[in-house]
Design a protein around this ligand. Structure first.
Ligand SMILES: CC(C)(COP(=O)(O)OP(=O)(O)OC[C@H]1O[C@@H](n2cnc3c(N)ncnc32)[C@H](O)[C@@H]1OP(=O)(O)O)[C@@H](O)C(=O)NCCC(=O)NCCS
Length: 158
């Protein structure tokens, strides 16, 4: 069964073995870089299947403070990825299906979650569109690998 769990120290050993295809690294960076982003406001989560770590994401609790395109008290979903050995098994889709309820319980004082996805990353954009996110039709131009679509999911009725 797939689960979203807060990242804990026991996950680290497995986490650092996760990989991406070379063509995918530009979309999220390396795991080493991602781990340096973690702090009290930018919180790490692992995606597990039968207790094995298969993926990862960050929830940025101060996303609206750093992104002008955000209009409400919103979270940011960042660095979402599935290890390349485990891609194509429906894990990303299943994670996104669990996400609204998970965020509603974990972050009841927020109502929305935003993300940005590179315009060249069609697999991820279609995945988000099919699993609850809407394209805001805005483009974010501050990413390291070119323009990104801004997408939003309302997980809680305000
Ligand atoms: C995008 C990503 C998270 C998808 O993870 P995944 O677990 O392989 O995705 P799933 O197996 O749940 O598949 C979801 C859909 O994408 C499609 N898909 C997955 N990989 C694909 C590929 N390489 N090419 C074409 N379609 C693909 C699946 O067919 C499925 O489509 P469906 O809903 O029509 O059945 C994964 O490829 C990844 O980690 N990419 C690199 C990091 C990244 O780009 N993250 C997004 C940052 S915004």
């Amino acid at each position: 069964m797939i689960k979203i769990e807060k990242m804990a120290s026991q996950h680290l050993g497995e986490l650092i073995t996760l990989g991406l295809d070379e063509s995918q690294v530009k979309f999220v960076g390396t795991i080493d870089d991602i781990l340096t982003m973690i702090n009290a406001q930018i919180r790490p989560y692992v995606i597990t299947v039968e207790n094995q770590v298969v993926g990862f994401f960050l929830i940025d609790t101060v996303y609206e403070k750093n992104n002008d395109f955000v209009t409400s008290k919103s979270l940011g979903l960042r660095k979402f990825f599935i290890d390349n050995k485990h891609q194509g098994n429906g894990y990303a889709k299943q994670t996104l299906n669990l996400l609204p309820d998970y965020l509603a319980v974990t972050y009841p004082n927020h109502t929305d979650v935003y993300l940005t996805v590179n315009v060249k990353n069609n697999v991820a954009k279609n995945l988000y569109l099919k699993n609850g996110f809407q394209d805001t039709e805005e483009l974010y131009l501050g990413g390291p690998s070119g323009p990104q679509h801004v997408m939003k999911l309302a997980y809680k009725v305000a």
